[in-house]
Design a protein around this ligand. Sequence first.
Ligand SMILES: [Zn+2]
Ligand SMILES: [Zn+2]
Ligand SMILES: [Zn+2]
Ligand SMILES: [Zn+2]
Length: 224
Amino acid sequence: MAQFGYSKQEINLEKLWVHCSSEIHAGHAVQPGALRFECAQGHGGVLLRDVRLDAITSVRDLMVLMAMSDMSDLKVECFLCGITTGKVVFKCQYGTDSSGSVCKNTSCRWLPQVFPSEGLTCFLSGQATTDRHMFRFDRCGHCACHEELEDRIYSALDEGLAGGSGGAEGVRFLPDAEVGQLAVACPCGRPGAFLHDVEHVKAAVGTETFNEEVASVLATARLS
Ligand SMILES: [Zn+2]
Ligand SMILES: [Zn+2]
Ligand SMILES: [Zn+2]
Ligand SMILES: [Zn+2]
């Protein structure tokens, strides 16, 4: 079930980022992605009914659309099979802007709080980054580059999720009331300044590391 606890962060549907598990770009699991629609049988190229894409301008709008998709409530017109139930899919765009191998993964996870890094400064280092993407905390809008976010997540795991050097320097895992679980909190300490979805943590450290080293820590930590 999708969560709607995001503030009204604006999004550009042309510039979404996804967590892709394909081995084509191993080690670079955060990639530009594209929003697509399929009928329930998996045919692409369907027409959306009842929903206008230009009305989807915020993270929250897209979450609502995904919830409709999850509940088989998204109406489409499929030219191939005539089925009227559709779903949202996220396609990896790796390689589509060059002549190299193209990633065709269509089962990516959307990263609602990853944005193009152009013009943004990393709050953790105070510097710009050469990465194409940054993670942006809700509410405060502070950004973190991938490498430093990954480092600080490990520090938080080593030093105790909510303690350690925390404070101004590090990120912490704190109870996020909006999603009902621990989430990465921005060092600025502003209420609600989180990376809400745990998918961001998976993308930052890698799914394998997440499953081996992070999932159990988060599962046993108490929401106090
Ligand atoms: Zn179809
Ligand atoms: Zn991919
Ligand atoms: Zn940084
Ligand atoms: Zn912040």
